[in-house]
Design a protein around this ligand. Structure first.
Ligand code: SF4
Length: 328
């Protein structure tokens, strides 16, 4: 079983860490609970930390001459300056983070679809939508990082992508910290097939950095690799590239398989390509052969276990939730 470093994940504090949601409650997130043992969390509640307390009267973003104002209509307070000062200090002190889970429906933390009003009047019309104030600064500073909302993470596909990214970034941080070029070579080699699912172009670019034809110092090579890795894995895994990668891996085993086995696999692969079965199903089939045929290079490929096995959803997440409730 692979050893995974713990990713550092920023989460909105109301997502199960504190009763600081505007009405004084906490928001239960299945995803946060699921990853809790496997990551180190950093949590904040911007609204409580600027002194609003919980429960509190709601906040809204109002547009004034093209500027966003952070106001509390019930108290007539303009909290923009307070919030902007808070954001600046907090974001500067955040440091290394591998991914963000931000609460939806919040004028501070939502990454999208926050309503921007014309005025603070109750019946004001909406001028537009966008991220909340805190989230906007996170999105600007941590470009290309995995940043998701608790709502979007209800999608299995988004959860898988997020988990893959944060564990990959955490592993790379370890490599970078070691300062050893050998560790970077191993990292690139072990993640080759996983990286190929984001597109061959990225693997080629990253491979060129690792080969270091200009004989740059190791810190610089690590820096270049990091700069290329972040946008590469932020492009999202492509179903077509993933299908090709699975097909390539299948090539390692196919000569040793029966006609029936080959046919069965290729049917499942086609179902994955057309979106009818999840990635984990095809991966599981290949994993069985990987164990059976003991090819060391293939065995080390992270594509078989991009994040801890206990986080893998081999079945439907909603079904998992029902099982937890029933105590199955
Ligand atoms: S969404 Fe953000 S500001 Fe609102 S309660 Fe949660 S952590 Fe606090």
């Amino acid at each position: 079983m692979s050893q995974f470093p713990k990713p550092k994940v920023y989460a909105s504090k109301c997502l199960g860490f504190c009763a600081c949601w505007w009405n004084g409650t906490t928001i239960f997130s299945d995803f946060i609970e699921m990853i809790r043992p496997f990551v180190d969390f950093v949590t904040h509640c911007p609204e409580v930390e600027i002194g609003l307390g919980a429960p509190r009267k709601f906040i809204r973003i109002v547009m004034e001459e093209g500027e966003k104002k952070f106001v509390q209509p019930a108290t007539d307070k303009d909290l923009t300056e307070k919030m902007m000062n808070y954001i600046q200090t907090t974001i500067e002190s955040l440091g290394v983070i591998d991914g963000f889970v931000l609460r939806e429906n919040s004028p501070s933390c939502s990454i999208q679809r926050v309503k921007y009003y014309h005025s603070k009047n109750r019946d004001s019309s909406i001028e537009g939508t966008g991220p909340g104030l805190f989230a906007e600064s996170i999105l600007n500073k941590y470009q290309n990082y995995p940043i998701e909302s608790d709502g979007r993470l209800r999608s299995r596909k988004i959860r898988e992508a997020f988990l893959t990214q944060i564990f990959l970034l955490a592993s790379f941080r370890q490599v970078k910290k070691s300062g050893e070029i050998k560790n970077l070579v191993d990292f690139h080699s072990d993640n080759k097939y996983l990286l190929m699912t984001y597109g061959q172009v990225h693997v080629t670019k990253l491979g060129r950095i690792v080969s270091n034809p200009e004989h740059l110092p190791v810190e610089q090579v690590m820096k270049h690799y990091w700069k290329a890795l972040l946008p590469a894995i932020n492009t999202g895994r492509k179903r077509s590239s993933t299908t090709n990668v699975f097909s390539k891996i299948f090539g390692y085993f196919s000569n040793s398989l029966s006609g029936e086995e080959k046919k069965y696999f290729l049917q499942r692969l086609e179902e994955y390509r057309t979106g009818r079965v999840p990635v984990s199903l095809v991966r599981e089939l290949l994993r069985v052969w990987m164990l059976r045929f003991e090819d060391d290079y293939i065995r080390r490929q992270s594509i078989f276990e991009p994040y801890p096995r206990d986080l893998e959803e081999l079945y439907d997440f909603d079904e998992y939730k029902k099982e937890q409730t029933r105590g199955d």
